[in-house]
Write a protein that binds this ligand. Structure first.
Ligand SMILES: Nc1nc2c(ncn2[C@@H]2O[C@H](COP(=O)(O)OP(=O)(O)OP(=O)(O)O)[C@@H](O)[C@H]2O)c(=O)[nH]1
Ligand SMILES: [Mg+2]
Length: 451
């Protein structure tokens, strides 16, 4: 996969920044200057580039890294967050709720509609749907053969009518045939693209008419990344016309302008659903801004760094909860539950503990104890989930009888339940002690609570 042609240099920039030995301020300024050059070369809008880099710089100089994080690492985290924002935040949904489902592809001539129709068919086939392809391109005689061949190569039913001239009639008849004869449940309609750059109005006018008549469930606009930041106007008009439609960016493999096209589309508020980076039918993927930015910045090296930040954020949450417990002097099994969940979310306990200096609620544990606790965490979560609200808020009411019921409900044993209650009692004791020594939160980690 080579989505990143024009932005490849960013990775090197990150690596050398992390290793840099000059003053932090100077390194940030150098980084920003280089980044601006790279982004402008990748055809990002100049104004966007300056706003974007200013945001990074302001935050980098203003915000302090949390304890345990190097300043330079913190800077990369800021860059990462801003990039994710620039490239659209969350991943688009691609699951289909309603079946049969009709997708109509529109786009400028040569943008990659027909190829993308095949790619989508293969993508949905692999997800277990039964796609069918329809060509409504009555302008180019070769269009029929092109999609027919694509369908053949991946075993997807195809419909077209060389003698007909009305795309609406072809689409309607094709849908009926594909659904009835082939039991297709995802109908992909390819359309003819007849207009070059700069005639968005005409393209959209036609799309409007076609989609009114065909009434697809989804309209997908195919944009060739060669148009770079010019994608802005096209995407904006498309988005105004159909806010529920989304966009596929193609040919990211062939041009250095991909970053420009993607950021331009994101700036309009339109959603990018897929990106394509090759002529083969496999060369399509759901657009995931986080993954994309991860690749851009060199995720291999960044992964542990990002994990560390995730752990830190989580540990700050935990810290807040502990603070509340200490101030109120109260701890319930709900608090224990949240604590266990945090640990589970963050993955292997050892890693988490290594990453966070003085993780507040976890004592220093030996390897053996850590192994034990991972299985235990799962068990204890199940146990707590089998309790009633009353029991959660007031565990002292849990007698032998209740213990047996909880153990049954959670597939554990009474001694497991007892152990959890003991753990809870120890915590309660600790919190009480801490309340007396308020302000010495870090002690909590050092007291060596036994699990
Ligand atoms: N490198 C590369 N080539 C692509 C990609 N997608 C499509 N192409 C190529 O772009 C050319 C045009 O693709 P088509 O799928 O025929 O485009 P179209 O939008 O259907 O074209 P018209 O129907 O004439 O408007 C073909 O040579 C494709 O192989 C891609 O992601 N990467
Ligand atoms: Mg075509």
């Amino acid at each position: 996969m080579n989505l990143m042609k024009g932005l490849e240099a960013v990775k090197t920039l990150v690596t050398s920044f992390l290793k840099g030995s000059e003053s932090y301020e100077k390194s940030v300024d150098d980084f920003i200057r280089e980044l601006q050059k790279i982004l402008i070369k990748a055809d990002l809008n100049v104004k966007v580039v300056f706003e974007f880099t200013k945001k990074i710089r302001d935050e980098a100089l203003k915000s302090e890294p949390p304890p345990g994080v190097l300043r330079r690492e913190w800077f990369i985290k800021i860059v990462y967050d801003k990039f994710v924002e620039l490239f659209g935040g969350e991943e688009a949904q691609t699951t289909i709720g309603k079946l049969p489902y009709t997708i109509m592809l529109v786009g400028i001539q040569g943008s990659g509609k027909t190829t993308t129709a095949g790619k989508l068919a293969l993508y949905y086939k692999r997800l277990g749907y039964r796609p069918g392809l329809i060509t409504t391109d009555t302008y180019r005689p070769a269009a029929y053969e092109q999609l027919l061949q694509i369908g053949d190569s991946i075993g997807i039913p195809f419909y077209g009518d060389k003698t007909a001239s009305n795309p609406v009639i072809i689409a309607k008849e094709g849908s009926v045939k594909l659904i009835n004869n082939f039991k297709c449940n995802v109908i992909i309609v390819d359309t003819a693209g007849r207009h070059g750059y700069g005639s968005e109005e005409k393209l959209l006018e036609e799309m409007r008419e076609l989609s009114k008549a065909i009434a697809p469930d989804e309209v997908l606009l195919v944009i060739d990344s060669y148009i770079g930041q010019k994608a802005y106007d096209l995407a904006r008009k498309f988005h105004e016309y159909t806010p529920i439609g989304s966009i596929i960016i193609t040919k990211l493999d062939g041009t250095a302008k991909g970053g420009g096209a993607i950021s331009a589309v994101v700036a309009t508020g339109a959603r990018i659903k897929f990106v394509c980076d090759g002529e083969k039918l496999e060369d399509i993927e759901v657009f995931n801004p986080k993954k994309f930015v991860g690749k851009l910045l060199g995720l291999g090296d960044l992964e542990s760094l990002l994990k560390k930040f995730e752990a830190l954020e989580e540990s700050r949450e935990v810290e807040k909860r502990i603070e509340k417990m200490v101030t109120t002097g109260k701890i319930s099994l709900r608090d224990v539950y949240l604590q266990l969940q945090s640990l589970r979310k963050l993955g292997p306990l050892r890693k988490v503990l290594e990453m966070i200096p003085g993780f507040p609620l976890m004592p220093v544990l030996s390897d053996e104890q850590i192994k034990l606790s991972e299985g235990k965490i799962k068990k204890w979560i199940n146990i707590i989930e089998s309790m009633t609200y009353e029991e959660l808020d007031n565990p002292s009411i849990i007698d032998r009888r209740r213990m047996r019921r909880i153990a049954m409900g959670s597939g554990t044993s009474v001694s497991d339940v007892e152990e959890l209650i003991r753990y809870y009692e120890q915590l309660k004791h600790l919190i009480k002690g801490l309340r007396r020594k308020k302000g010495l939160l870090s002690k909590l980690g050092a007291e060596g609570l036994k699990i």
